[in-house]
Ligand binder design. Structure first.
Ligand code: LMR
Length: 331
């Protein structure tokens, strides 16, 4: 066994946390030879319940779980963390837009960014799941100058998975056949699930699916509004699929990407594809070594795609304006 990878999870007692931490402990993300040291952050009110979850973790007898501790103090929970998964925050309810959450959840990420800066490992990677995740990520990052800009991610893997699943269903193939399924922009209704660069069985989606008006008029809004549809149907925000997406993101970030494929996440823009620098914007990523990533530069963008990419960037600029008083020195 190698040295344990320490993973801190905020909001650990919530529905996403419950669906996340057992699979982290089980070895399925970091592999059977990498022990996992879990640090679970929760508000003090829920620490007794989290104690019950820790009992369950122990009762699973995972050989890969090295140790687990709960805390209500972010500096303590994030101490020496290699990965920090920020799930905690107010979830969206039916009738709320993600924008409604900005002012409610934004201040949490000021404190969490400072705590990450103070106590996480110098090479920590951070995945923000709590919505609005792109802007929450921007806030936290701005307070953590010690952590490299390329180590911050906002989760769009759930959108990527939704898009791949929908395309596979339409084409009547296994979802594993779908590659290069990138999500551009914000994890919101303005996101652009880019079917034009995606492939099914190595062929362009537009060659495999002949119904192009379905792709433009049904596929895009169905993916972009899927979170709301789940909330409406379930009466609660997605949890198991969100946890699964977080795990998929971490797995993609710590393993080399298959040749010809990519994975999506909100990352700090360096102006790629004309996206304003400094925004946390979802782009097609490729990791050659499971340590660093590059933004793929071979995606073709037509005028319709350009308009969608710009609209999502404009939304993120306006979200950034709404929280400008919460931003720290490392914007
Ligand atoms: C989702 O996409 O299911 C979640 O981010 C919940 C939401 O607010 O849409």
């Amino acid at each position: 066994m190698s040295r344990p990878v320490r993973v801190a999870v905020s909001g650990a007692n919530g529905n996403i946390g419950y669906a996340l931490i057992f699979r982290l402990a089980s070895g399925q993300i970091f592999g059977p030879n990498t022990p996992v040291s879990l640090r679970l952050l929760e508000v003090s009110q829920f620490l007794p319940n989290l104690g019950g979850t820790i009992m369950e973790l122990e009762d699973c007898a995972f050989p890969t779980l090295s140790d687990v501790k709960a805390s209500d103090k972010a500096e303590e929970a994030f101490g020496d963390a290699d990965w920090v998964i920020l799930v905690g925050g107010m979830p969206r309810k039916d009738g709320m837009t993600r924008a409604d959450l900005i002012r409610a959840n934004g201040p949490i990420f000021t404190g969490q960014g400072k705590a990450i800066n103070e106590s996480a490992s110098a090479d920590a990677r951070v995945l923000v799941v709590a919505n609005p995740c792109n802007t929450n990520c921007l806030i936290a990052k701005s307070h953590a100058p010690r952590i490299k800009p390329e180590n911050w991610f906002a989760m769009t893997r759930l959108d990527q998975n939704r898009a791949a699943s929908l395309l596979a269903d339409k084409a009547g193939v296994n979802v594993g056949q779908v590659t290069r399924m990138n999500i551009w922009g914000n994890h919101s209704d303005t996101q652009y699930p880019d079917y034009k660069n995606a492939q099914i069985g190595g062929k362009l989606v537009t060659e495999v699916i002949s119904d192009h008006s379905w792709l433009e008029e049904t596929f895009i809004p169905t993916v972009a509004k899927r979170g709301s549809a789940v909330i409406k149907a379930r009466g609660a925000s997605s949890a198991a699929s969100a946890a699964n997406a977080a795990l998929g993101h971490v797995h993609s970030a710590v393993n080399p990407t298959a040749a010809g494929d990519c994975f999506s996440a909100g990352v700090v823009s360096n102006g790629e594809y004309g996206v304003p620098s400094g925004l946390i914007y979802s782009m097609p990523l490729f990791s050659a070594d499971g340590k660093t990533y590059k933004v793929l530069t071979d995606f073709t963008i037509d005028d319709a795609a350009r308009a969608r990419i710009d609209a999502s960037a404009a939304e993120l600029v306006s979200e950034r304006d709404v929280v400008k008083d919460l931003l720290g020195p490392a914007v």
